[in-house]
Design a protein around this ligand. Structure first.
Ligand code: NAP
Length: 320
């Protein structure tokens, strides 16, 4: 099979298209014939060797695939050949024509979703769910700002929040991104590439502030977020690419909370709970992942250069 292999950590050029044997599933695993692959920012951090948990070399990158189960391990009861699934994690790597996943890493793809949607849900959907519900304890009526709403996680977070009855605002860097987040249900939108956008937010939310901020770029925004939170507000750090200075006193008067979030801490049960919730919303049409671009597998390098840039407005996919 064709697969992308990394033999040394580094720039996107270390992503090489190679021929490999189709991997064999173990007794607890399934083999998925991959139809679409979701590219996540974490794939690029790992490829660069710049992440707390990195795999042994050589490896095939990629956590999110969608496709059809073509083989099941002897101890697997839940899945059978022919099932349409998507993954949130793989054992053999996702950037390939076939991927082995532990049975608990795959989830049913709703009948109304195609494989491109499936490859856009595993990691971003679980991240949005964990940030909004598990960490920030989001509920009906809460005032929410998704700071970086136009990306894969942000677009899903908006749809989850709208379907739960939160009052949703979001930011994007481009007019296209702003239009998409409005379409997804954000009532108030702000352009984070505009130097005056924070003034607009303050003018709109005033003294009340936000109950919850989901933050995609904390190294840029965390200090401002603390000023935008209301009393007992929570900011969840979903993404950060460096350091920032904050004034801890900014958390005191309003008793605000800064909450870290990492999907690596999700238990199998928590992941399942999130994916069951996402399944219900996708099945009923209340959650549709946004696809930005589809590239052939051999263009993995281009996808990795692009994923860390602003203005993608949705999920970049690789198609094997
Ligand atoms: P993505 O699709 O590339 O989206 C990135 C988002 O960040 C876009 O909405 C982008 O907006 C926005 N952004 C750019 N500049 C910004 C700024 N100055 N302020 C606020 N937002 C800004 O990536 P993703 O898959 O949604 O992931 C988002 C972040 O979450 C990444 O850092 C990723 O690594 C992280 N993440 C963490 C976990 C975890 O377990 N903690 C899990 C999944 C993802 P424009 O493009 O419109 O400018």
């Amino acid at each position: 099979m064709k697969a992308i292999r990394v033999r040394t950590f580094g720039e996107p050029e270390v992503l090489k298209l190679v021929d490999l044997d189709i991997p064999e599933p173990g007794s607890d695993d399934v083999l998925v014939k991959v139809e679409a692959i979701g590219v996540n920012p974490v794939d690029a951090y790992i490829r660069a060797g710049n992440y707390p948990i990195i795999p042994a070399l050589p490896f095939t990158p990629g956590k999110d695939v969608s496709g059809i189960i073509v083989k099941v391990g002897e101890d697997v009861k839940k899945w059978k050949e022919g099932d349409r699934v998507y993954s949130a994690g793989t054992l053999s790597g996702g950037y390939a024509e076939y991927a082995v996943c532990r049975h608990s890493q795959v989830f049913s793809l709703p009948a109304n979703m195609d494989f491109t949607h499936g490859a856009a849900i595993g990691i971003p959907g679980a991240a949005a769910w964990r940030a909004l519900f598990t960490r920030a304890r989001g509920k009906n009526g809460d005032r929410l700002l998704v700071h970086g709403a136009s990306g894969s996680v942000g677009m899903i977070a908006i749809q989850l929040a709208v379907s739960t009855g939160l009052e949703v605002s979001g930011t994007a860097g481009t007019e296209k991104g702003l239009a998409q987040i409005r379409q997804a249900g954000a009532k108030k939108t702000y352009k984070h590439s505009d130097p005056r956008y924070l003034e607009e937010i303050v003018a709109d939310c005033g003294e009340k502030g936000y109950d919850i901020i989901l933050e995609m770029l904390a190294n840029v925004n965390l200090a401002n977020d603390l000023a935008l939170l209301g009393t007992r507000g929570r900011v969840v750090v979903i993404g950060s690419r460096g350091e920032i200075t904050i004034d801890p006193r900014a958390t005191m008067a309003k008793e605000t909370e800064i909450l870290g979030m990492s999907l690596f801490n999700s238990s199998d049960e928590e992941m399942k709970e999130a994916q069951v919730g996402l399944y219900q919303l996708m099945s009923s049409g209340r959650l549709v992942p946004q696809i930005a671009q589809q590239l052939p597998l051999e263009e993995a390098r281009k996808a990795h250069r692009q994923i860390l840039e602003s203005g993608n407005s949705g999920k970049i996919l690789l198609i094997p």
